[in-house]
Design a protein around this ligand. Structure first.
Ligand code: FEO
Length: 170
């Protein structure tokens, strides 16, 4: 069984993951609206991954005989700037999520909860990958984004991202 402190921080993290899904969906709708279908696809796939992140936490709390407390999800913003601005916003949001996951890890140390510490390691690794993926897109936008033809090709590249169920074990 998990302690109340661990239960609370994991429930807060569920909310952050579902908010992330909302934020990515809002961005996906925006990109779709301005005709960047590939960017829209990339953020839409990311939204689905965020739901997986939330659900893995949800299942873990239940498995540890804890109580899931779903909280209100904040409304994401609905208007955005150019592709670089959006991806810089994504990068800073993911850094915020990384900090939040690190706080969960710290709390597992304080509470001597080794099982949750082991569990949360997956998220620590996942955040490294997420920040790197976003940074990769930012670098490409900075290198080529000013050119319309390059933006067209980058949009095509981002259109190829496919959703794959994110399992805690993989
Ligand atoms: Fe679930 Fe993008 O952090």
């Amino acid at each position: 069984m998990i302690s109340e402190k661990i239960q609370n921080i994991l429930n807060e993290q569920i909310n952050k993951e579902f908010y992330s899904a909302y934020l990515y969906l809002a961005m996906s709708a925006y990109f779709d609206e301005i005709g960047l279908k590939g960017f829209s696809n990339w953020t839409r796939v990311q939204a689905r991954e965020e739901v997986d992140h939330g659900m893995i936490l949800f299942d873990y709390i239940i498995e540890r005989q804890g109580k899931v407390n779903l909280r209100q999800i904040d409304m994401p913003e609905t208007s955005f700037g150019d592709t670089l601005e959006v991806f810089e916003k994504i990068y800073s949001h993911e850094k915020y999520v990384t900090d939040s996951i690190n706080c969960v890890a710290n709390m597992t140390d304080e509470e001597c909860d080794l099982a949750t510490r082991y569990f949360i390691n997956w998220y620590i690794k996942e955040q490294v990958e997420e920040e790197a993926n976003v940074d990769d897109v930012i670098k490409k936008i900075k290198l080529f984004g000013g050119e319309k033809a390059a933006l067209y090709h980058l949009d095509k590249e981002l259109a190829s991202r496919e959703y794959k169920y994110h399992s805690y074990e993989s």
